[in-house]
Design a protein around this ligand. Structure first.
Ligand code: ZN
Length: 317
């Protein structure tokens, strides 16, 4: 049973927005697009795993997707957490293609792709093990509970070639289509229920309640950008140029002449993702190049929260 669904990662949404709004010749464009592609591929892998579990996993298990829990002054994040009365299982999901070598000696993952290009990553097993340890502490502190926690690294891309010189890793790494077999082994290893079905339900609720969605990402700062580096106007959904004006109740692009009714929605979303979590009436008029009365009329259809009186009014999501 799915207790907590997966959201689109905020950093991915911000990178996508930045890709749309950054001036086309800006030198930061390349690293932004590379990170966007990498994260998008990871997210696709997570969605593929979600579909797999939706199809094959027994309803007896509780599933929490993309769980982010507080630990001391920070947070730790679990791709997928599966709850049973006898154990919890962390699935760390990877969507690499090409060839993967996992090395326990130096705790590294070597990814080789295309023309023998190689990239080294941290060992995902070590990452999953650390999550298990943090979750164990969290459960002790927040639920006064001690229950076995196991972990697996799941590769979702069917074309990936996986290799490891470490036999101990054979038990902890799998392809997506053998995940259920691995789960059955874990179940065999931990046969004794530790909690009752009622307690398990309560635990699933407690974990969900303590999930902290990511909210503190300043993407402009991360790429050394300022507001001047990005477009904040209305973008044409057809040709992507910022050459759109409001004409007779439509948005009309002077480059490709296409008309749109809703091009302003993206502009406002991008402002919230890249610049600020609230927008004044005045800024809104500037961005949309509209009179206060037209801007107000459009904004009422978007169900934003209005704060303050007319002159000092701000809108938030
Ligand atoms: Zn256009």
């Amino acid at each position: 049973m799915i207790v907590k669904e997966r959201e689109i990662p905020l950093r991915l949404r911000k990178l996508e927005s930045l890709g749309r709004c950054l001036h086309r010749s800006h030198p930061a464009r390349q690293p932004i697009l590379e990170e966007y592609k990498r994260r998008k591929s990871g997210y696709r892998g997570e969605l593929a795993f979600d579909r797999y579990l939706d199809t094959y996993l027994s309803e007896d298990y509780y599933v929490l997707r993309n769980l982010r829990l507080p630990v001391r002054d920070s947070f730790f994040q679990i791709d997928t957490l599966i709850l049973s009365p006898a154990f919890l299982l962390i699935a760390e999901i990877k969507n690499h293609s090409g060839s993967i070598t996992l090395d326990s000696k130096f705790n590294q993952m070597t990814h080789t792709f295309q023309e023998n290009e190689t990239v080294i990553f941290n060992d995902p097993l070590l990452q999953a093990k650390l999550q298990a340890s943090l979750l164990d502490d969290w459960l002790e502190n927040h639920a006064k509970l001690s229950i076995p926690i196991d972990y697996l690294v799941v590769f979702t891309n069917p074309s990936v070639h996986i290799d490891t010189p470490t036999p101990a890793y054979y038990y902890k790494v799998c392809r997506m289509n053998s995940f259920l077999e691995k789960l059955a082994s874990v179940k065999k290893h931990f046969p004794k229920p530790i909690v009752t079905p009622k307690e398990l339900k309560r635990l699933a609720k407690l974990l969900t309640k303590n999930h902290n969605p990511e909210d503190n990402i300043n993407i402009l700062e991360d790429f050394n950008l300022t507001r001047a580096d990005i477009h904040t106007g209305v973008q044409c959904p057809a040709c992507s140029n910022f050459t759109v004006k409001r004409v007779s109740g439509y948005w009309r692009c002077s480059s490709c002449l296409k008309k749109s009714r809703e091009a302003h929605i993206q502009a406002i979303d991008d402002y919230f993702l890249l610049i600020d979590c609230s927008i004044s009436n005045r800024t809104l008029c500037d961005i949309l190049c509209l009179s206060p009365s037209t801007a107000r009329r459009l904004i009422t259809t978007l169900h934003l929260h209005a704060v303050g009186s007319y002159r000092g009014r701000h809108y938030t999501k």
